[in-house]
Design a protein around this ligand. Sequence first.
Ligand SMILES: N[C@@H](CCC(=O)N[C@@H](CS)C(=O)NCC(=O)O)C(=O)O
Length: 200
Amino acid sequence: MLKLYYAPRTRSVRIRWLLEELGLEHELERVEFRPQTSAFAQATPLGKFPVLADGDSVIGESGAILEYILERYAGGRLAPAVGSPRRGEFLQWVHFAEGTAFPPLGVMIWHGLYLGNADQIPLAIDSARERAHSALAVVENRLASRAYLLGDDFSGADIMLGFTLAAAQFLGVLDERHPNTLAYLGRLTERPAFQRASAD
Ligand SMILES: N[C@@H](CCC(=O)N[C@@H](CS)C(=O)NCC(=O)O)C(=O)O
């Protein structure tokens, strides 16, 4: 059975949400998240959240885990088929969520919440906030004419970005200046699978 190393409010929510959307049987291995001042120090097999174990395979990186589960277990749901023309946009948004939109938020979290030294590096924090806003502007524009990132249909890319947007909202970066994005986040968080995945 799939085993997810999980802690609430970490990126492991993405994978729990995906498993709930797909109705896939899984085991949640709850591990306490401990804010640390060194990386890879969490008590999971790879030192971070999330980690998925599938038999002998142990996989990290939420985007990689999402793609793996979709390819192996989703039966064509929640993503355009591998090799299809629409696959490119899907991959773009999966990776945008973690590789482009999250990093400036990560700087704010790392220095603001974990190291507690944000007030000593105001220029770096301001720059991170500015880059976060630029990324949100891209999302806001994308959602001007679409209900979800790929159009009318919810996909795994929305799961990836949903977590990033929740973090942006928590940090005060996502606000009423982004009405399309706020409405979209509302649509995502209303989903029963999201509610089940984030109940705790
Ligand atoms: N790019 C990775 C980031 C994983 C990550 O940094 N997870 C955080 C929790 S949301 C964590 O475990 N932090 C502890 C650490 O970095 O040691 C992913 O998408 O899975």
